[in-house]
Unconditional design. Structure first.
Length: 374
């Protein structure tokens, strides 16, 4: 047990330390107020999102990018509420080019089908995806445009944050997402990208077509972002970047119940066995093993079956290295206040992570009112 703990802890220390180094190495991108040039087709799949759409639609109307240079394609995935009516009522007189199309279901993945459907209607070269429960920053498309103008990028991942509330569940999720975003930025900084978020993701339409879109993983309900990222990273490794700019941060809604959170995380975890990215697989394995060791150490120390001094050293090591990465990420996302809850979340999260990992191996899950098989 002690030997295994030392080996896994050493690997974890090196991994998180490397990601922290990558985070620092990744340069912040600053807007230079260049004349807008690129045209964007923004794709937003939705299913029964009437509760969240008002904020999204208002943020779309607040975008500073010239209206003549972008279109919005909403993809209705069999909504049963007033979502479609709400979209039309809000945007008809806005001067923004938009359309609502119906999802053409062909695979086991509604989200991938929705994006593929929208791309078949897209007029412009650049595809940008986001979600219906998001709020878009004013200079969102300006950030994409200027980065594209200044580089030879074909794919660009952007930052995503949860909106802040006062509940412990909310803060638990924010710290969880900060860790994922920190790992995302770190991976890009190391030139080994393995994570991204479809709520803020852009790519060249010709690249999507040349890679046959989502073909090869349509049997998996989720992963419209990561599996496409893997394809692009393999084919165009030097033209894949991260948009490290605070003005590009898209804000999304956290889950409102623990059950909904578990279902979401099981959905995310269910796709990990299909990853092709070696660095991503290794990272996931080391993190899982470290969380298992942490759970065992905490439990065994409590019942007197593990030396308290060794347990203290191991837990302290993990706490310090985790905090270093999350602290830097929280600064970037302007969510430093959330660090007050770091300690309790630190001790709860390994149990939550291990539970989700093992549950995802055997359990089906529900999402958007539908049931999906593992």
């Amino acid at each position: 047990m002690i030997t295994a703990s030392i080996i896994i802890s050493t690997g974890y220390l090196f991994l998180i330390g490397s990601l922290t180094y990558g985070f620092n190495k990744l340069k912040t991108f600053h807007l230079k107020t260049l004349a807008p040039k690129n045209r964007f087709s923004v794709i937003i799949p939705f299913r029964n999102e009437a509760e969240h759409l008002p904020e999204l639609l208002q943020s779309i109307k607040n975008l500073s990018y010239p209206k003549r240079l972008f279109e919005i394609i909403f993809v209705d995935d069999a909504s049963e509420d007033l979502s479609v009516k709400m979209i039309k009522n809000q945007l008809l007189k806005s001067g923004i080019s938009f359309r609502v199309v119906f999802n053409e279901r062909k695979t086991n993945s509604p989200k991938k089908d929705a994006i593929t459907t929208a791309i078949s209607y897209a007029k412009y070269k650049w595809i940008v995806t986001t979600d219906a429960d998001c709020v878009l920053p004013t200079h969102w498309l300006n950030c994409f445009d200027e980065f594209i103008q200044q580089t030879q990028t074909l794919c660009l991942a952007g930052p995503v944050a949860y909106s802040e509330e006062k509940s412990f569940l909310n803060r638990f999720q924010i710290l969880d997402l900060l860790s994922l975003q920190g790992a995302t930025l770190g991976g890009f900084g190391l030139k080994r990208p393995f994570l991204c978020n479809g709520a803020n993701f852009a790519y060249n339409k010709d690249v999507f077509t040349s890679l046959n879109g989502f073909e090869g993983n349509n049997n998996i309900a989720s992963g419209d972002d990561i599996f496409l990222l893997e394809k692009i990273a393999h084919q165009y490794p030097n033209q894949l970047h991260y948009l490290k700019n605070k003005q590009a941060i898209v804000t999304t809604k956290p889950q409102t119940t623990w059950n909904a959170l578990c279902q979401q995380r099981i959905r995310w975890a269910a796709k990990t066995s299909n990853y092709n990215n070696g660095f991503g697989k290794l990272t996931g394995l080391i993190v899982l093993l470290m969380n298992i060791i942490t759970v065992l150490v905490l439990v065994l120390t409590t019942i007197g079956m593990f030396e308290p001094k060794n347990g203290f050293y191991l837990i302290t090591l993990k706490l310090i290295i985790d905090f270093a990465l999350i602290y830097k990420t929280a600064l970037f996302f302007n969510q430093q206040s959330i660090l007050k809850r770091f300690i309790p979340v630190f001790f709860i999260y390994p149990f939550f992570s291990v539970f989700i990992a093992f549950t995802s191996l055997f359990s089906n899950y529900q999402w958007k009112g539908r049931k999906f098989k593992k």
